[in-house]
Write a protein that binds this ligand. Structure first.
Ligand code: WT7
Length: 646
């Protein structure tokens, strides 16, 4: 298939054999349409409830939703114990692959024992239902065990991506009030041990809620030790009993907090609860990927520190009794074929990854995947940003062997689970479009006033009905929850922050963020967060940050800075210092691709920085309309300062 096929509207129909045996067929849309709540109710019945609900949805106080009101369940029991009770204890839950090549195989029975031991350990440390537990871990099985142990005893986990800085960890610990941090000495990245414990030590020293730090030994690096506070996982967890009776919690009991960037410098603690969340992640994992628990080998390549890891490495796959892959390291270690080697070795049948990874593979060339047997694959997934048709076609041909449907899934940390995506046994695929709202989901494209738009008109994406895995609030800040998501078009319409259009067939195309949030390699970073980090540096007086389109990462961070009069140096060295400063402050993913030192920034008469114009510069485009600038010569000044190639 070539790109011209796509331009001519070429579609990729569902493979016949897959369609004939698919978990869900086309009738699912009509069924959900007929009675949305009955549809979600039957999805909830795929789980095991200790007590049935009295009401499917309570939306009497929008935007505060309650799903499966009165129902009770234990999340860990649903993810682990019930499969063991059903005679599947010997089935592999995770094939874990460490970056150095060490491996572990964990069956459902073993996972149950580990989760019970960790739950007993947390109880021994005084953790109670409702308490928050921070998890700052590499991609090792104990990260999953820690999450499930929290869920089992009703504690709320708050996983912080291991690539985030001690600052980021400290502010999340403070905001959530975590009482325990689970971490490890380090993990392996790019062929070397990378330490985690020092960042925990720094973070905990600046917070006052943490009583204990539970440390898994992974890399054997030397670690600082605070007696009385720090405990080795192998000392405390290993000696616990493998028996623990799960207690049933309310369907709306908090399950986890996951921080994500918004339009201000302060990340938002997105709160997810239990029954509705597990219902939708489990159902969507089963329907979107056509997951067959007895035969599939499922791999989500994300890190557990992101929502993709929560929903599609941990909760969805385990609730569906999937066998999953968990890989610790980077795709190029020790060689560029590492992922393909893993697919071949374990016979991976479903691969769920991000467009930025596909574009990196494209750069490395098709010879790399061609060197491995990838014939086990049958369904492919994509998440994190729009997948450009070129990357879609490359993925389809070079990884999917031309036979695997690609399920492009649009969703967010806030939505908890898939919201707009094709179904692999149903949809005629259209490269580049996420296409269709998931069954039971109502998505629309509207103009600034909230009027629904017709074909091919660009507007804003909104969700017009509540859904089971929706966020319930922003931790500790109901007002911000209402303001951010439910005020633009009234309290019953969710504003996603994405631009979108519907084409002639009614398929939805996502067009990226419309707010000051960047998407770098599928990760959300706020321009304001990077700006405040830059101005915190003594050399910087003012900063403006934009996301400029980038062939590999989707967007790249480009910063414009005005230096203080006292700054001694304005050259390359300072630019490097500032880049490193941001990486240390927020995390390496926030390191600006480029920093330009300028004399002035373009501002409107009301003093707002015109990011649009800076984006034009960063993307090397003709400048747009400059008439609203206070001083239009500013742009010439900036352009004159630029190096020739940017
Ligand atoms: C933002 C959410 C969902 C887990 C990963 C990111 C963008 C995500 C797609 C897609 C187009 C996408 C949106 C969204 N996004 N998936 N398939 N097509 N855009 O989660 O960090 O909460 O970011 O990622 O802009 O709003 P997140």
């Amino acid at each position: 298939m070539s790109e011209s096929d796509v331009q001519e509207g070429h579609r990729f129909p569902a493979p016949e054999q897959l369609a004939a045996q698919a978990n869900v067929g086309a009738d699912v849309y009509a069924e959900a349409e007929r009675d949305r709540l009955a549809f979600w109710e039957s999805a909830a019945r795929r789980l095991s409830w200790a007590q049935e609900w009295d009401q499917v949805l309570d939306w009497s106080n929008p935007p505060f939703a309650k799903w499966f009101v009165g129902g009770k369940l234990n999340i860990a029991y649903n993810c682990v114990d019930r499969h063991v009770e059903d005679g599947h204890g010997e089935q592999v839950a995770y094939h874990w692959e460490g970056e150095p090549g060490d491996t572990r195989t964990i069956t459902y029975a073993q996972l149950k024992d580990e989760v019970c031991k960790a739950a007993n350990a947390l109880l021994e440390l005084g953790v109670q239902a409702g308490d928050r537990v921070a998890v700052y871990m590499p991609m090792i099985p104990e990260a999953v065990v820690a999450m499930l142990a929290c869920a089992r005893i009703g504690a709320v986990h708050m996983v912080v991506f291991g690539g985030f800085s001690s600052d980021a960890l400290a502010s999340r610990i403070t905001d959530s009030g975590a009482v325990v941090v689970v971490t490890s000495d380090g993990g392996y990245r790019r062929g070397a041990p990378s330490a985690l414990k020092p960042a925990v030590d720094e973070a905990v020293a600046r917070t006052d809620s943490v009583r204990n730090v539970l440390v898994v030994r992974r890399t054997e690096q030397d670690v600082e030790w605070t007696e009385g506070r720090d405990l080795w996982w192998h000392d405390v967890v290993d000696r616990q009993s493998t028996e623990h009776t799960p207690e049933a919690f309310d369907a709306e009991h908090p399950l986890y907090i996951m921080y994500t960037s918004g339009t201000t410098a302060k990340p938002k603690g997105i709160l997810h609860t239990s029954g509705g969340y597990l219902t939708q992640v489990a159902y969507s994992h089963w329907a979107s990927f056509d997951l067959k628990p007895d035969t599939d080998v499922f791999w989500t390549s994300a890190d557990i520190g992101w929502v993709t890891g929560h929903s599609y490495i941990v909760y969805g796959p385990l609730a569906n009794r999937a066998t999953s892959i968990m890989y610790e390291g980077t795709p190029e270690t020790p060689h560029r074929g590492r992922w393909f080697e893993i697919i071949e070795k374990y016979g991976v049948t479903i691969l769920y990854t991000a467009p930025t990874v596909i574009r990196t593979f494209m750069k490395w060339g098709e010879d790399v995947p061609a060197g491995f047997d990838l014939s086990s694959l049958r369904v492919l997934g994509s998440v994190g940003e729009p997948i450009n048709p070129e990357a879609w076609l490359w993925y389809h041909k070079n990884i999917g062997g031309g036979r695997c449907p690609i399920v492009d899934t649009w969703w967010q940390t806030e939505t908890g689970a898939h919201m707009i995506n094709p179904l692999p046994g149903v949809t005629d695929l259209k490269p580049g479009s996420a296409q269709t709202p998931f069954p039971g989901i109502s998505a629309k494209v509207v103009d600034d006033e909230g009027n629904e738009l017709g074909d091919d008109t660009t507007g804003l994406l909104v969700l017009t009905e509540p859904w089971p895995s929706m966020l319930r609030t922003i931790w500790g800040d109901d007002d911000r929850y209402v303001d951010t998501y439910w005020s633009r078009f009234g309290t019953e319409v969710y504003f996603a922050g994405d631009g979108a259009k519907k084409d002639d067939d009614g398929d939805i195309w996502l067009l990226g963020r419309v707010d000051d949030v960047m998407n770098v390699s599928g990760h959300r970073i706020s321009t304001t967060e990077v700006e405040s980090s830059l101005v915190a540096h003594p050399a910087v007086a003012e900063a403006a940050v934009v996301g400029a389109s980038d062939p590999t990462t989707g967007q790249g961070i480009v910063a414009f800075v005005i230096l203080r009069g006292s700054a001694e140096d304005s050259g390359d060295e300072l630019v490097q210092t500032l880049r490193t400063h941001v990486a240390r402050d927020i995390g390496p993913i926030a390191k600006p691709r480029q920093i330009m030192v300028v004399q002035e920034l373009p501002k409107t008469r009301s003093g707002k920085i015109m990011r649009r114009l800076l984006r034009d510069i960063a993307e090397n485009r003709e400048l747009g309309d400059v008439t609203t600038l206070t001083d239009s010569s500013v742009m010439n000044l900036i352009k004159d300062k630029l190096p020739a190639n940017s």
